[in-house]
Design a binder for this molecule. Structure first.
Ligand code: ATP
Ligand code: MG
Length: 357
């Protein structure tokens, strides 16, 4: 029996509230089964918050999140708000949370679930056994460096600057080593050290930090080669750590290795143990309110929260195993069901996961 963990619950827009309900159901089961206690506090964020109070991330929501041990977010956004001015866009809520919680590491696992080999665009024998995790740096790199546009005599010129401080590199690399230690103990650091100075710094920091983790096997792979190897032999990867832009691109590539977007969770971590946990998919307005959305990505995001923010490894694994079992038993939500196959609804899928636990 530990302390009560405070969880800020942001159901958001579209299918958000439906899939959040299922994740909470699973977390209540975790309380019963493992003796952990959670205190859930609901708050608004995204388009619904824009409609009600004219702010995608109301002050109240922000301070709740700052005082919580973790934030669970389902999805924000939708066509209704697509033409809003930037400060009234639902996605602003995410950016605001990332910034104020100082989240610097984005974790995206890609796991091939038994029975879903056909959901991948790659051949079954290639994706068999895929179980990898991309750790992407979120606060630095070319996205945040100085930008410039200037008119020269012969035309316009644009500049983006790629900057990394060794401090920024070290904190993400350390986090990745820790995570690798809890998995198969293999770390692939991805860079472009044959061309970029920032990559040469990145590589030297990895080598220095590696001395503290002699039990973890490290390899350096150039980003172009990594993009290729991910399609050729994805099952060989365990943890991949990389800078912001490379991570953006590679995590979309890994998302497609295993099939449905409805199965992909994510975590964004900061300095302490606070984290933001959300599915990779969006608010899916096209199927909202119908009770057919796949809640697996949301449930798996909750499992990541148990592991990365609370250290409840046993409970996290139990939730993941339960999702695996439900899928292996052949239960399919509409996004995964084949033609003519009978699909289970959002609520039923959640019930099956609870039962499997
Ligand atoms: P965003 O801009 O937030 O990424 P989007 O519209 O680009 O939103 P999604 O909201 O992820 O992307 O939807 C893409 C497609 O995937 C839609 O057809 C949607 O119905 C489907 N989809 C997304 N999430 C799920 C889910 N959990 N279950 C079933 N289908 C889903
Ligand atoms: Mg999108």
């Amino acid at each position: 029996m530990g302390t009560v963990k405070k969880i800020a619950v942001l159901p958001g827009d579209g299918i958000g509230p439906e899939i959040m309900e299922e994740a909470l159901k699973v977390l209540r089961k975790v309380e019963d089964q493992f003796g952990h206690s959670f205190q859930f506090t609901f708050a608004m964020a995204g388009g619904g918050a824009v409609d009600r109070v004219g702010n995608p991330l109301p002050e109240e929501t922000l301070s709740l999140c700052q005082q919580s041990d973790a934030v669970l977010l389902a999805a924000v956004g939708g066509p209704k708000w697509d033409n809003n001015p930037p400060e009234l866009r639902p996605e602003q809520a995410l950016l605001g949370l990332r910034k104020s919680l100082k989240l610097f590491a984005n974790l995206r696992p890609a796991v091939l679930f038994e029975g879903l080999e056909n959901a991948s665009t790659l051949k079954q024998e290639v994706v068999k056994g895929v179980d990898l995790l991309v750790v992407r740096e979120l606060t630095g790199g070319i996205y945040f460096g100085e930008k410039k546009r200037e008119q020269l005599e012969d035309g316009e010129q644009a500049t983006d600057t790629l900057v990394y401080h060794e401090r920024e590199v070290e904190r993400i690399v350390r986090r990745a080593f820790e995570i690798a230690r809890g998995r198969r103990k293999m770390l692939t650091s991805v860079d472009k050290a044959n061309i970029l100075e920032s990559s040469r710094l990145w590589r030297s920091v990895v080598n220095r930090v590696a001395l503290d983790y002699p039990d973890v096997q490290v390899e350096h792979v150039l980003v172009d080669n990594c993009a290729m190897q991910l399609i050729r032999r994805p099952a060989d990867f365990d943890v991949i750590v990389t800078e912001n832009m490379f991570g953006d691109i590679l995590s979309d590539e890994t998302a497609m290795l295993t099939g449905s977007i409805g199965l992909l969770p994510s975590a964004s971590l900061g300095e302490g143990t606070t984290g933001l946990y959300e599915p990779v998919h969006g608010s899916a307005p096209d199927i909202a309110g119908q009770g057919v959305a796949n809640p697996a990505a949301m449930i798996l995001s909750a499992a990541m929260m148990l592991r990365h923010s609370f250290g409840y490894e046993e409970a996290a694994t139990a939730v993941e195993k339960a999702v695996r079992k439900v899928l292996a038993d052949g239960h399919r939500t509409a996004d995964l069901a084949g033609p003519g196959e009978l699909a289970v609804g959002t609520e039923e899928f959640g019930d099956l996961v609870v039962e499997a636990m």
